[in-house]
Design a protein. Structure first.
Length: 321
């Protein structure tokens, strides 16, 4: 009983730490973006996305390289479905409105869709993630980064008035801002690790089935994205919120599965190939369709996304478990 109380307290404290760390991280990364003249959406799909995706990447790498490839692939694909339908859906419900721009949807949304389509097609054709597939995934990410760099340069050339304030902006990029960004990301990592540990231990004590424990673990690894996106949406930093989800989903597949496949061929369960991966493609298309209607996500769209996720989870647990 005492151990349960300790774990519950640890879970509560960890949540508080993560919420505060997410707040610090978002504020600091926006400040850095302003200082360097980097657009909000570019920050979202790069620094914020990669930083918050490290738990999934680490989990997938460890699982795949230690002989549990199904866990690793499931972590990457499951995280992507949750990022879209769960995290963005819940954030839209709480924030009330998340807006975006057509160029963001065309570039980052399309890339997220191509990423899911590529891995799903590869799984249908080959049934596993081979060295060649891994090379293709990594090349796609390198090309995507090149596109982002060109977009950032183009954005700067169209906004020359930023140059006259260059000196002032450079002054804004001080050691404190960088330190707070690192501390915020560190707080996210430590807090989320504690959340994962506490959740798994409590599930074991409560004799929760392994599949449910795995789902709870997936929620834990995506906690950085959840709190970063939710905090960004509530602060009105819509491009950062959308960019973090798109960027995270792209990174999870192209790097999270691409890198480990360079070392080992990754076998994939049929249920993942024929159900989970197609659902990931569907969720991505659903998000793009909902956003395209008005370049925004309202509470209604948020409810649709969350409801879609609930249907997916219930179907996965009751029919395909």
């Amino acid at each position: 009983m005492f151990e349960v109380i300790i774990l519950v307290l640890s879970l509560i404290i960890s949540l508080i730490i993560v919420i505060k760390a997410a707040d610090v991280f978002v504020d600091s990364i926006v400040e850095i973006g302003l200082a360097l003249g980097i657009s909000e959406i570019i920050l979202g799909v790069t620094a914020s996305a990669v930083g918050t995706s490290l738990p999934e990447f680490g989990s997938a790498m460890i699982a795949i390289l230690t002989g549990s490839p199904d866990v690793g692939v499931g972590c990457a694909i499951g995280a992507n479905v949750w990022n879209i339908a769960g995290i963005l859906g819940i954030s839209a419900i709480f924030a009330g409105l998340i807006t975006t721009q057509s160029q963001e949807v065309r570039r980052d949304g399309l890339m997220a869709f191509l990423t899911t389509l590529t891995i799903t097609t590869a799984l249908f054709l080959i049934g596993e993630i081979t060295f060649v597939v891994g090379i293709v995934l990594i090349i796609m990410y390198v090309v995507y980064l090149w596109i982002l760099i060109r977009a950032q340069k183009s954005s700067k050339s169209k906004d020359r008035e930023m140059e006259c304030c260059e000196a002032d902006k450079n002054l804004a990029l001080n050691k404190k801002t960088i330190l707070m960004t690192i501390l915020g990301l560190f707080g996210l990592a430590i807090g989320c690790r504690a959340i994962v540990y506490s959740t798994v231990e409590l599930s074991i004590m409560a004799s929760i089935p392994e599949v449910l424990a795995g789902i709870l673990l997936a929620f834990g690894t995506t906690a950085p994205e959840f709190f970063t996106v939710l905090t960004s949406a509530k602060k009105g930093l819509n491009s950062l919120a959308i960019g973090t989800v798109f960027g995270s989903n792209i990174f999870n597949i192209l790097i999270g599965l691409g890198i480990p496949s360079l070392f080992v061929t990754i076998p994939v369960e049929p249920i993942t190939i024929y159900f989970d991966a197609p659902v990931m493609v569907f969720m991505t298309l659903l998000l793009l369709f909902l956003i395209k209607r008005g370049m925004k996500l309202t509470r209604v769209e948020g409810i649709i996304l969350v409801a879609s996720y609930i249907i997916y989870i219930v179907t996965r647990l009751t029919i395909f478990s």
